[in-house]
Design a protein around this ligand. Structure first.
Ligand code: PXP
Length: 245
């Protein structure tokens, strides 16, 4: 079955809305660790956290706590910088997803331009592999970016589904075709294929048409649903739907 990575960044978003600037350990709620435990109860296959350069939600100590307390693989999303490589060397995540970061953006808005930055990204992927982290490149479903990801030695790609998720009708179908083509190409080049961004339960029947998928990374909709039914239940619903994909 396709794996579900549960992104719990927005639990920290809520905490920071009230307690930014305080040490997370001293702050009671909502607890990132409890969120990770609830996601695990609901059947999450891995926990994803994005420690952003501006530390707007997850802090390094959140990542360390999840790494040490939660017996699920940790996927650390991070910008492709030396400073974040240092963070990864302390956190020791199982997986790293390299993402582009712009301070002004609300969330990760576009894929990483791997083709334009082959040499530094090749070094970064190798350095992370030395730390035993398997790396995925978060890229738009663009053949040039898929080829570049394989070329620099990344073992995995996460195809950006944001545009697919935020459009409808013909435009959405075109984007789905791009995702299908990119996934086929990635697989043919030996890359493991993940998808993520903006995915909601109602998208799964279309997402199921993307071949060779091994993992979906989902955050916002699960945390939104969790407000009403709890996080374990929200994750369970998604897992059940994935089981039918
Ligand atoms: N994958 C990546 C690389 C992301 O940056 C995000 C958003 O943090 C997600 C997946 C999850 O997106 P969403 O919160 O829209 O489900």
């Amino acid at each position: 079955m396709v794996h579900l990575g549960v992104n719990i960044d927005h639990v920290a978003t809520l905490r920071q809305a009230r307690y930014a600037g305080e040490r997370t350990a001293a702050v009671p709620e909502p607890s990132v660790l409890d969120a990770a435990r609830a996601a695990m109860q609901g059947g999450a296959d891995s926990i994803t956290l994005h420690v952003r350069e501006d530390r707007r939600h997850m802090q390094e100590e959140d990542a360390l706590a999840v790494r040490h307390e939660i017996p699920l693989p940790l996927n650390l999303e991070m910008g492709a910088t030396d400073a974040m490589l240092d963070v990864a060397s302390r956190v020791r995540p199982n997986f790293v997803c390299l993402v582009p970061e712009r301070r002004q953006e609300l969330t990760t808005e576009g894929g990483l331009d791997v083709a334009a930055r082959r040499s530094p990204l090749r070094e970064l992927v190798a350095a992370l592999a030395e730390q035993s982290a398997r790396v995925s490149m978060f890229i738009d479903p663009d053949p040039e970016q898929v080829h570049a990801s394989a070329d620099i030695g990344a073992p995995m790609v996460e195809l950006h589904t944001g545009r697919f998720a935020n459009t409808a009708d013909r435009e959405q179908d075109q984007e789905l075709q791009r995702l299908i083509a990119a996934a086929s190409l990635a697989h043919s080049l030996g890359l493991e294929v993940h998808v993520g961004h903006g995915i909601r339960l109602s998208h799964l029947p279309l997402i199921a048409r993307i071949p060779h998928l091994t993992e979906l990374n989902i955050g916002h909709t699960l945390i939104a649903r969790a407000i009403f039914v709890g996080l374990a239940q929200a994750v369970r619903e998604m897992k059940d739907a994935l089981g039918e994909m």
